[in-house]
Write a protein that binds this ligand. Structure first.
Ligand code: IMP
Ligand code: MG
Length: 171
């Protein structure tokens, strides 16, 4: 995709994701974890991250309404698909592509806490700290980024570009 500027190369992503996996492995040593991916943007991050987590792990997926084809978030979050399994008593790690305004993860934290997990943490590949509307933080962050719209490595613009290996900026 020659017109898009690379923000993080596949090598940079790979190195950082491996570090996050090692950190999670240390933090939950001897315990089980359940990774919950937020569809669809976090699918690639979850699949790479999980292979760097050396623990007994299970997967689940959750889906919320997205921006549609807009770059701007309407601010409204709707649950389209809940988790399949019970989260009660589990160490849940919510795996998300981008923490932006924080509306999505604030909503999902509330939904998942209702399942009474043993612990609940957030792993976000990217964090646009300056865009925050809700005061929410991720326990694991890949990279802090400026207020730019990015695609690739699972992230889309109008459903395109998810398959790019690098994370790129949409002008
Ligand atoms: P929040 O609720 O504003 O934190 O929005 C988070 C969601 O918006 C992320 O899970 C992404 O799906 C989407 N999003 C936010 N910024 C971007 C971006 O730069 N590129 C692609 N998707 C984005
Ligand atoms: Mg998303």
């Amino acid at each position: 995709m020659p017109e898009l500027k690379v923000l993080f190369s596949r090598q940079q992503i790979e190195t950082r994701v491996a570090e996050l996996g090692a950190q999670i492995s240390r933090d939950f040593k001897g315990e089980q974890v359940t990774l919950i991916g937020v569809l669809k943007g976090a699918a690639i991050f979850l699949s790479d991250l999980s292979r760097h987590i050396e623990l007994d792990a299970t997967f689940d997926f959750i889906s919320v309404s997205s921006y549609g084809n807009e770059k701007q978030n309407s601010g409204e979050v709707k649950l389209l698909k809940d988790v399949d399994q019970s989260m009660e008593g589990k160490n849940v790690i919510l795996v998300e592509d981008i923490l932006d305004t924080g509306l999505t993860l604030t909503y999902l934290t509330r939904v998942l806490n209702a399942h009474k997990p043993k612990s609940l943490r957030i792993a976000a590949l990217l964090d646009k700290t300056t865009r925050r509307v809700q005061p929410i933080k991720a326990h694991y962050v890949g990279f802090e980024i400026p207020d730019e719209f990015v695609v690739g490595y699972g992230m889309d613009y109008a459903e395109r570009y998810r398959n790019l290996a690098d994370i790129c900026i949409v002008p």
